[in-house]
Design a protein around this ligand. Sequence first.
Ligand SMILES: [Zn+2]
Length: 251
Amino acid sequence: MHRLRRSAKGGLQSVADLIWPPRSLISGERQGLGGGLSADELAQLTFLEAGCRRCARPFEFDMGADVTCPACIAKAPNWDEARAAVIYDQGSRPLILNLKHGGHRDGLPLLSSWMARAGADLLARTDWLVPVPLHYTRLVRRGFNQAAWLAQSIGRQAGRPVSVDGLIRRRRTPPQGGKSVRQRRRNVAGAFVVRPDRCRQIEGHTITLVDDVMTTGATARACTRALKAAGAEKVNLLVLARVVRSEDMTI
Ligand SMILES: [Zn+2]
């Protein structure tokens, strides 16, 4: 009985550790504060509280909900709405790199909870979550797609279905890092397509496209084009981090 109680307690502790990792997601140091980040690391993050409803660009002042920025009024993106949890900067970069290149899953429940909160209104209107895909050769080499991990974790938290392979990347594209806006667009143009046997999940439905980082929006634009060509009624975008300064475009 004693052992049973102890193992049950151990199980609870490991679940708690998954939700609130005892080690920092950035430094790997053990820390007393729950949440996988120290107080200092948390203070370095910029949560996106108020931004353009179309592109998630932050406003300097809180303009209220449902406001569109001048750039989107001048030339609207092809997706319908966008939300981002944090700004991509020195504070959030290690979290993104640990997930994207390190393949560390410890932070997923926390990072996806930020996304679920930032995109709560979109998720309430979502029929299917669809992650931005990797080309299969890159998927095989890396062994995971961080956007799919995020989509699955958000789907679990928000109770929305996930079409993990609804979109496929039909050709390998060189990394977007270091390219101009125009080069990025050309690089991914026509790279994505809806899997023919997933068209029923897309056609006539509201899709939330999930990615880790939005830089210029070139990838989201190419994915949206493919989803709308397959009959998606609306395509909204939910990302963990949004690049705001052009000098942060190296991701
Ligand atoms: Zn905008």
